[in-house]
Design a protein around this ligand. Structure first.
Ligand SMILES: Cc1cc2nc3c(=O)[nH]c(=O)nc-3n(C[C@H](O)[C@H](O)[C@H](O)COP(=O)(O)OP(=O)(O)OC[C@H]3O[C@@H](n4cnc5c(N)ncnc54)[C@H](O)[C@@H]3O)c2cc1C
Length: 481
């Protein structure tokens, strides 16, 4: 594998992977450098998973422009990459006279941002759409173009597509030093590994300002803003159909309740500015706060059906907008930074724009590959097949007949496929995000050991070396007998 590249993308979240996929269309040598053990282990794994319609962002900002554009691109992209997406619509509830002008101003903002189909609805229509919403609501802003997506599936699929199209993916490559030369950058990992690239894209999420500092660029600052969530079992499916917001505040879009594409119910997030960029803890006040706030929107959801809690970190930039531009220090160093919400919704449009920024700086001929494949093979999901299709699949590969995760009906064959895929799973969380083994009610209580055995066998590693999410997260420590 060559170690000299035309372009290196730093960070394999949804932004970096979609940029790498878009660059893989051209005859370029592309490296995707990720400090963690897998793609989608940063903010991309822990967010609300909403494809926002785009009525919230301030008109004229990158956030507004690329949210609306990205949301329009999302259905086709998800179809091409076989990523779960649903157009479930969004509602912002109003509860009293103070909320009415807020809803009107969101409507006006959304119209200026060119959000399609936005309108205010009265109580009767609201309750007909969402019978479990608090009957004290006086009305709502309705955004029919709102959607939901699986954010980590999107990043994983983009990485698979990029790697299949020739991108080299390096995990555990924590970019710690960058030297600038006339013709290229030398990029060093904390462990001393070196790659060179003529251009660099900085898509390092909450650490994008730290990566910018490596080339002497301190033009923006990122602070982490933590959001905590509760995830409810799919037994609560149907409690809401659309994504239900309350009126937004200065700290963000506020607490929401939404179905996920996998038929769970998600409530959250809180919004707390914190000091430590990797602090993903959940807190008693944070989780209690979102429960109380959510009772106002949907009083009857069942808290007994919570199956897990988690938190994610918004990459809040002091510029107030996405930082999408070449560095002022060196135009060959392009920032895709400060991508807080609606960054997931905007991600397809951001990737397209970053490729344009790249083309503006790239001095050589930029030719397209004749054999570029924009998609990836559709992953087989035994749960989604008819009896006849299952029988056929099992006849060809008996591993599809061995169910490992009973909560989510995931077979051994699907786990093997996830490990063998381009940029495939290398740890327990990687298998979980790709197949859903361990995502159900028992949270890997039953299937965990079996998944570990399969990883050990497929990767030809002793079981003690199999981790939950990379270095320092070993599961087995040694023999007891
Ligand atoms: C609570 C919350 C709710 C949200 N809800 C929504 C929503 O509903 N809809 C929406 O549109 N957006 C939402 N967002 C925003 C969305 O999640 C982000 O915009 C998106 O995930 C950002 O992706 P990213 O690739 O920039 O960052 P990340 O996913 O964090 O990826 C950055 C990657 O860079 C890597 N990295 C960092 N430093 C280095 C280094 N030195 N060397 C190598 N690699 C490095 C990290 O390990 C990480 O994998 C939400 C965010 C949060 C936190």
């Amino acid at each position: 594998m060559t170690e000299n590249y035309d372009v290196a993308v730093i960070g394999a979240g949804v932004i970096g992977t979609l940029i790498a996929r878009s660059l893989s269309r051209y005859n370029l040598r592309v490296a995707l450098l990720e400090k963690l053990h897998d793609v989608a282990q940063g903010t991309t794994k822990a967010n609300s998973a909403i494809v926002h319609a785009g009525f919230d962002a301030k008109p004229g900002t990158f956030k507004a422009k690329y949210n609306v554009r990205g949301a329009a691109m999302m259905p086709e992209l998800c179809q091409t990459l076989h990523v779960p997406y649903a157009n479930n619509g969004a509602l912002v509830l109003g509860f009293d006279d103070d909320d009415v002008p807020v809803l009107e101003s969101l409507l006006e903002r959304g119209r200026r941002n060119k959000v399609p189909g936005l309108r205010l609805i009265g109580k009767e229509e609201l309750l007909a759409m969402e019978p479990n919403v608090n009957p004290c609501a006086v009305g709502a802003l309705y955004a029919p173009s709102g959607g939901i997506v699986s954010p980590f599936d999107l990043a994983i699929a983009a990485a698979e597509c990029a790697v299949a199209n020739g991108v080299d993916f390096y995990r555990d490559f924590d970019v710690a030093r960058i030297n600038q030369h006339d013709t290229h950058f030398s990029i060093y990992s904390a462990a001393g590994k070196k790659r060179t690239a003529k251009l660099v894209v900085n898509a390092a999420g909450v650490h994008a300002d730290d990566v910018a500092h490596l080339v002497g660029d301190d033009s923006f600052h990122i602070s982490p803003r933590r959001g905590e969530y509760l995830l409810l079992d799919n037994t609560q499916a149907g409690v809401v159909n659309a994504t239900i917001f309350q009126c937004p505040s200065d700290m963000g879009k506020g607490v929401l309740i939404t179905p996920t594409v996998h038929h769970n119910i998600l409530i959250g997030p809180s919004a707390d500015d914190i000091d430590v960029k990797d602090d993903l803890s959940t807190t008693d006040p944070g989780l209690k706060g979102i429960q109380t706030t959510m009772r106002l929107s949907v009083p009857g959801y069942q808290i007994k059906d919570v199956i897990t809690s988690f938190s994610g970190l918004r990459a809040h930039s002091n510029t107030g907008d996405f930082v999408l531009r070449p560095s002022l220090i060196d135009p060959r160093f392009i920032h895709a930074a400060g991508i807080e919400s609606p960054g997931l919704s905007a991600s397809p449009a951001i990737a397209a724009y970053v490729v344009k920024l790249f083309a503006d700086v790239w001095e050589e001929e930029l030719s397209e590959k004749t054999n570029w494949n924009p998609g990836r093979p559709k992953p087989l999901r035994i749960k989604e097949l008819s009896r006849e299709e299952r029988r056929e699949a099992i006849k060809k590969r008996p591993e599809y007949g061995r169910i490992v995760c009973r909560c989510e009906t995931v077979s051994e064959g699907e786990i093997i496929d996830a490990i063998r895929a381009p940029a495939g799973a290398r740890d327990m969380d990687g298998v979980k995000r790709r197949t859903r083994a361990g995502m159900g009610r028992c949270q890997a209580g039953f299937c965990g050991t079996k998944v570990l055995e399969i990883l050990s066998r497929e990767l030809q590693l002793p079981p003690q070396e199999i981790t939950k999410f990379g270095a320092g997260s070993q599961i087995l420590l040694g023999k007891t007998k």
